[in-house]
Write a protein that binds this ligand. Structure first.
Ligand SMILES: Cc1cc2nc3c(=O)[nH]c(=O)nc-3n(C[C@H](O)[C@H](O)[C@H](O)COP(=O)(O)OP(=O)(O)OC[C@H]3O[C@@H](n4cnc5c(N)ncnc54)[C@H](O)[C@@H]3O)c2cc1C
Length: 384
C-alpha cells in the first residue's frame, strides 16, 4: 500500500489557520508569560474560540468533527512557536476530554464535553503518583464504595492543566479492589474541581513548559457520586493504556513542531548573523547541521502522521505511536541543542525562542511514557 502524506484541503487550511495564529498571536506575547511562569488565559480562550479543543470530537458534543490527524496538525503548528500552549491543548484534549469521549456514559459526555470542546473548561488526567509514573500499575490512590459515593484517598503528581481557574475536572485512577491473583483492580473516576477534600498545590517550578499548568493533587476522604465512575469498574488500567497510546501520537506531533521551530529559527539566524566577514550560514558546517535538523523534523512528521493515519483508519497503531513518540522526542532534544549552538551566546538568552525550545524539549523524552518505556513497548511488539 502506498502512503500519501499530503494533506487534504481542509487539513491544509487548518494548518495555515493555526500557523497564522501561532505567528500573530502566540509568538509576540508568550515569552512574557513564560518568564513570569503565568498561564496565558487569553491565548487559551482564543484557542477555544477557534475550536481547537474540540478538533477530534463529533459536532453533537460541541466538537469540530475532525480526528487525531487534525489535532496533530494543530499541535505541530503551535509547537513550532511555543510548547506551553501546545501542551495545554494536548493535555486538554488527549488526556482531559478523550477519556470521557471514549469511556464516558452518554450523560457524562453531555455534561462535560461541550464546555471542554469550546475551551470554557479544561480537563486533566491524574495517573502519575509520587511513588511512580512508568509503573502505573503500582497506583496507591484508593477509592472505596460507601453507599452511593466513592470515597477517594491518595495523591497524584505532575498533573497538567489541573489547577487553572478554568479547570473543571480531573479524572483520577484509583485502586477499587483486588483481582483473584491479588493484583490491584484499577478504575478511573471523575473528580470535579472544588470537591471538598480535593486539594490542588501551587504550581511546580519547572525547567520548561513554564506557561503551562502542572500541579500536585491530594485527596482526603473526597466523596463523589458513584455515577462519576468512568466506564466499567476495574477497567481503568486498560483505559489509560488506550489513552496513552493515542496521546503518544499527539506528543510526537508536538515534538515535531518543536524540532521544526528549531529549524525555522536557526535558518533565519544563520542568514543574518555574520562572523569572519560572511553569514554563518555560508559555512558548510552550519549548513550540514541545518540539513540534518530538517531531515529529522521531516522524518518525525512522517512518523507521527503514519501513526495517526492508522488510528484514524481503525488499524493497529500501538507500535507506530511508540516509534513516533520515541523518535520525535529524541530528535526534538537534538534539534534544540543544535539550534542553541547555531545561535551561540544568544541561544542561551531567554529572549530567544530557541532557548525556550531547548528548555521545553527534555520533558518530551519523559512525559506520557519515557523513552525507556517506548523502547519496552516496541520490543514487546517485536515479540520480545
Ligand atoms: C511537566 C510534566 C507534566 C506531566 N503531566 C502529567 C499528566 O497530566 N498526567 C499524568 O498522569 N502524569 C503527568 N506527568 C508525569 C509523567 O508522565 C511521568 O513523569 C513519567 O511517566 C515518568 O514517571 P516518573 O516521573 O515517576 O519516573 P519513573 O517511572 O520513576 O522513572 C524514572 C526513570 O527510570 C526509568 N525506568 C522506569 N522503569 C524502567 C524499566 N522497567 N526499565 C528501564 N528503565 C525504567 C524511566 O524511564 C526513567 O528514566 C507529567 C510530568 C511532567 C514532568
Amino acid at each position: 500500500m502506498s502512503l500519501d502524506h499530503r494533506l487534504p484541503s481542509e487539513l491544509a487550511e487548518l494548518r495555515r489557520t493555526v500557523e497564522a495564529f501561532a505567528h500573530d498571536v502566540v509568538a509576540p506575547t508568550i515569552g512574557e508569560f513564560y518568564e513570569r511562569h503565568a498561564f496565558p488565559y487569553e491565548i487559551v480562550r482564543e484557542m477555544g474560540r477557534m475550536g481547537l479543543f474540540g478538533l477530534p470530537f463529533p459536532e453533537e458534543y460541541g466538537g469540530m468533527g475532525g480526528d487525531y490527524l487534525a489535532l496533530g496538525i494543530a499541535l505541530e503548528e503551535l509547537a513550532r512557536v511555543d510548547s506551553s500552549v501546545a501542551i495545554t491543548l494536548e493535555a486538554g484534549v488527549s488526556l482531559g476530554a478523550m477519556p470521557l469521549y471514549h469511556f464516558g456514559t452518554e450523560e457524562q459526555k453531555r455534561e462535560w464535553l461541550p464546555r471542554m470542546c469550546t475551551g470554557e473548561i479544561l480537563g486533566a488526567f491524574g495517573l502519575t503518583e509520587p511513588d511512580g509514573g512508568s509503573d502505573a500499575g503500582g497506583t496507591r490512590t484508593t477509592a472505596v464504595r460507601d453507599g452511593d459515593d466513592w470515597v477517594i484517598n491518595g495523591s497524584k503528581c505532575f498533573i497538567t492543566n489541573s489547577g487553572t481557574d478554568i479547570t473543571g475536572l480531573v479524572t483520577v485512577t484509583a485502586v477499587t479492589g483486588r483481582k483473584a491473583d491479588g493484583r490491584p483492580e484499577i478504575s478511573a473516576i471523575i473528580v470535579p474541581s472544588g470537591t471538598p477534600g480535593f486539594t490542588v498545590a501551587a504550581p511546580y517550578s519547572k525547567v520548561g513548559w513554564n506557561a503551562s499548568d502542572t500541579r500536585e493533587l491530594s485527596f482526603t476522604d473526597v466523596r463523589v457520586p458513584a455515577a462519576n465512575l468512568l466506564g466499567e469498574e476495574g477497567r481503568g488500567y486498560a483505559q489509560f493504556l488506550r489513552i496513552l497510546d493515542e496521546g503518544r501520537i499527539a506528543i510526537a506531533a508536538l515534538a515535531t513542531g518543536l524540532a521544526q521551530g528549531c529549524v525555522d529559527e536557526s535558518v533565519s539566524y544563520a542568514k543574518t548573523r555574520h562572523a569572519f566577514g560572511k553569514p554563518i550560514g555560508a559555512n558548510q558546517a552550519i549548513q550540514f547541521k541545518l540539513a540534518d535538523m530538517e531531515m529529522r523534523a521531516h522524518t518525525s512528521r512522517l512518523a507521527w502522521r503514519d501513526a495517526a493515519s492508522r488510528l484514524v483508519h481503525g488499524e493497529p497503531f500501538k507500535k507506530e505511536a511508540a516509534l513516533a513518540k520515541l523518535y520525535s522526542s529524541e530528535i526534538a532534544v537534538t534539534n534544540a541543542r543544535e539550534a542553541t549552538q547555531i545561535h551561540g551566546g544568544y541561544g542561551f538568552m531567554n529572549e530567544y525562542p530557541v532557548a525556550r525550545m531547548w528548555r521545553d524539549s527534555k520533558i518530551l523524552e519523559i512525559g506520557e511514557g519515557t523513552s525507556e518505556v517506548q523502547r519496552m513497548l516496541i520490543a514487546r511488539e517485536l515479540g520480545l
